[in-house]
Design a protein around this ligand. Structure first.
Ligand SMILES: NC(=O)c1ccc[n+]([C@@H]2O[C@H](COP(=O)([O-])OP(=O)(O)OC[C@H]3O[C@@H](n4cnc5c(N)ncnc54)[C@H](OP(=O)(O)O)[C@@H]3O)[C@@H](O)[C@H]2O)c1
Length: 323
């Protein structure tokens, strides 16, 4: 495993990490989660990503139970939560968003579900237009000073809002955001490569990126339709399948097809090539993997070796195939 600094912070995260979205509490329960977390930790993964909204808190409960049950040393791994969407199908107005009340209560609830005394990373899962940014930054600062959170950050915030949060923190002597969690893959590059470009040097921003396989599209598994048991066939995720059948989705599928054809030509698994391509971006602190089965995680861990395997012109061909 390779370890990278989270932006300008001193925290070293594994370059590949492991997340719970869709899988934990939807596709499987504690038994499978235990196998996958143990497999990930044994491979050197030290960051496990979660959120209050994943399976309405059940994903955090499962991860917390498994991490406690495995008795892994608490100082050898990091766990995250994210606040914004709430942990209910129909959250009350105070059970969602980025108000001081919800940011602090959601943290307390995540600590209990994850069975830890602090969250290593805590994210604002989306921007909240109904809460002043200063209120949210102040709540995060409070949690850090209370020892309940170590590093805070954002997910899918516009660059100007991240910069504003950092400016408010600097003015008031509060803890500034350390990281952002954006989508980043061969089919979705703009925000990480262009919009956030000024923030890496000016704020020392780290990134823990999500959906490196575009929810599985870049494995080639959807080339001939939706396979049984896949994410797009999972109850509750029909919106993902609908997105794929739209005109824009069909164009993405065509790009994924061209990419998988090149992967076959290069003699590597498409999933490994897609994840390896994300790893090559030096502004990526950690690539968060998702896996519904141990074989997938095993295959995806092979991306570390693939990222060293090709020369620059070949990587240009990879990007061009998916463009
Ligand atoms: N901050 C945010 O807003 C946000 C949003 C989304 C995700 N995330 C985080 O990022 C993590 C990763 O995102 P993601 O799960 O969307 O990542 P992804 O890598 O794009 O998709 C993972 C899914 O693709 C399929 N897959 C993975 N490896 C495969 C392989 N080798 N062969 C065939 N299929 C394979 C599996 O689904 P099936 O087997 O079910 O098809 C797996 O669950 C999440 O767990 C979550 O922690 C954050």
């Amino acid at each position: 495993m390779e370890y990278r600094r989270l932006g300008a912070s001193g925290l070293k995260l594994s370059a590949l990490s492991f997340g719970a979205w869709v899988t934990f509490g939807n596709q499987f329960d504690r038994g499978e989660a235990r196998e996958l977390i143990a497999q990930a930790f044994d491979a050197g993964i030290n960051f496990f990503d979660n959120a209050e909204t994943y399976a309405n808190g059940e994903a955090e409960r499962i991860m917390g139970d498994v991490l406690a049950d495995l008795r892994l040393p608490r100082d050898a791994w990091c766990v995250s939560s994210k606040v914004y969407f709430g942990a209910h199908d129909h959250p009350a107005p105070t059970q969602k968003g980025l108000s001081r009340k919800h940011v602090i209560e959601a943290c307390e609830q995540a600590l209990r579900r994850l069975r830890v005394e602090h969250l290593d990373l805590y994210y604002c899962h989306r921007p909240d237009p109904d809460t002043p940014i200063a209120e949210t930054v102040g709540a995060m600062d409070t949690l850090i000073r209370q020892g309940k959170v170590l590093y805070w950050g954002t997910s899918e915030w516009p660059a100007e809002s991240i910069a504003e949060a950092a400016r408010i923190a600097a003015e008031r002597g509060w803890y500034a955001p350390s990281m952002e969690q954006p989508e980043y893959n061969l089919l979705h590059r703009e925000r990480v490569e262009v919009e956030y470009a000024p923030l890496y040097a000016s704020l020392g921003l780290g990134t823990t990126i999500w959906s490196p396989l575009a929810s599985g599209l870049l494995t080639g598994k959807y080339a001939d339709g939706i396979p049984t048991g896949s994410r797009m066939a999972t109850p509750g995720y029909e919106w993902l399948a609908r997105r794929m059948t739209s005109a824009e989705g069909q164009a993405r599928l065509a790009r994924a097809r061209r990419f998988t054809t090149l992967a076959v030509e290069l003699g590597v698994k498409p999933a490994q090539l897609a994840i390896a391509w994300c790893l090559r971006n030096p502004h990526v602190s950690s690539v968060i993997l998702g896996a519904s089965r141990p074989e997938q995680l095993r295959e995806n861990l092979g991306a570390l070796a693939v990222s060293e395997q090709f020369d620059a012109p070949t990587w240009d061909r990879v990007a061009a195939a998916a463009a």
